[in-house]
Design a protein around this ligand. Structure first.
Ligand code: GLY
Length: 348
């Protein structure tokens, strides 16, 4: 079992292995006192892994209570957080108890947010079961729900007490959901690790568990330097400013990973018109080889209208993440209007 330790406002381990889900009871027993664990999961994941997790926790002396939501982004609401909190109240969950997120990014973000606000904060454990959650959302303590004005607009920083990843759980993923996670994996290579980029450039040619561990190390390093997203954590948004705009314009019919893949290509084109070395062809080839469509269906004006409402805007400025080299991205803060000009110059 691989262990990566994060030193942020809380110190916690990320345990990574394959075929280790039934070992979760022992891992928790070694770290935490017996308590009640409130599990949040969804109706796709819980039937697959709920029993293994609850049996393992019960055998290790923990009491469990489970709350299952419908799978999908539409469930990431304040109402569903309230329902989960109501379940914890009914089950007499106290500050010495814990939340456990069993699922992908939606479940992880919601469970983390519920844990951040219930009784002014209780500990939580992430058990990610999608590639995207494994390499990104389960690590680093960003928790949130969506509101009608936008995705993730209500949230809190709350670091987990443990992340427990059994990479075998990724074997049951729908191929499109697995592919979505690869957009984030490719992103890590482009922003901070050219060797990782070279390794993942050819789909199916590498050990996925090792690649996931490397992505988590990169995220750990970023979070340790900028936990509260005031500076270099922004690098993790490579492809996301344009990607979020694409997702929103498509009314979320284009998935997060597909939108980020397309957003990374747009960022490469914008970098080129900024005078940086042109990596458009290299990035386009890799994301295409994973099956992503790199043609942006929206114009520069359409993208800009959404980018203006991005929550990551600082006053009148927008910070773009642009590749200077593969493995070295830069944060470029500029007036919002310049982003529109650059997109137009880049041919969007
Ligand atoms: N997903 C981006 C971050 O954790 O900062």
């Amino acid at each position: 079992m691989e262990k990566i330790t994060v030193h942020a406002s809380g110190t916690y381990d990320i345990l990574i292995d394959n075929g280790s889900l039934s070992g979760i009871g022992q891992a928790l027993q070694e770290r935490f006192k017996p308590c009640t664990i409130a599990i949040l999961s969804d109706d796709k994941v819980f039937p697959l892994y709920g029993k293994t997790v609850t049996d393992a926790l019960t055998a290790a002396g923990f009491k469990t209570v489970s709350h299952v939501i419908e799978n999908g982004e539409q469930s990431k609401t304040l109402d569903n957080v309230t329902a989960f909190i109501d379940c914890m109240v009914r089950s007499l969950v106290t500050r010495t108890d814990m939340v456990l997120a069993l699922g992908g990014g939606v479940v992880g973000d919601m469970a983390g947010f519920a844990a951040a606000i219930y009784l002014r904060g209780i500990p939580y454990i992430q058990v990610p079961t999608t590639l995207l959650a494994a390499v990104d959302s389960s690590v680093g303590g960003k928790t949130a729900v969506d509101i009608s004005a936008g995705k993730n607009l209500v949230g809190a920083f709350h670091q987990p007490a443990l992340v427990y990843l059994d990479t075998d759980t990724l074997n049951t993923l729908d191929p499109a959901v697995l592919r979505d996670g690869f957009a984030e994996v490719i992103k890590y290579g482009i922003i901070l690790d050219s060797r990782l980029f070279d390794i993942v450039a050819v789909p199916d040619s590498f050990d996925l568990t090792k690649v996931i561990a490397r992505c988590i190390e990169i995220k750990r390093d970023v979070v340790e330097q900028d936990e509260f997203d005031k500076g270099m954590r922004g690098l993790l948004n490579f492809g996301h400013t344009f990607g979020h705009a694409i997702e929103k314009l498509s009314a979320f019919t284009i998935t997060h990973g597909s939108a980020v893949a397309c957003g990374m290509v747009i960022a490469a084109k914008v970098a080129r018109v900024c005078g940086f070395t042109d990596y458009t062809d290299i990035i386009t080839k890799v994301v295409k080889d994973y099956g992503f469509d790199t043609r942006c269906p929206y114009s520069a004006d359409e993208l800009y209208s959404v980018i203006l409402s991005d929550k990551k805007r600082s006053g009148a400025d927008i910070t773009l993440v642009l590749p200077k080299e593969i493995g070295a991205c830069t944060l470029e803060r500029m007036p919002a209007g310049q982003v529109l000009e650059l997109m137009k110059k880049a041919g969007l």
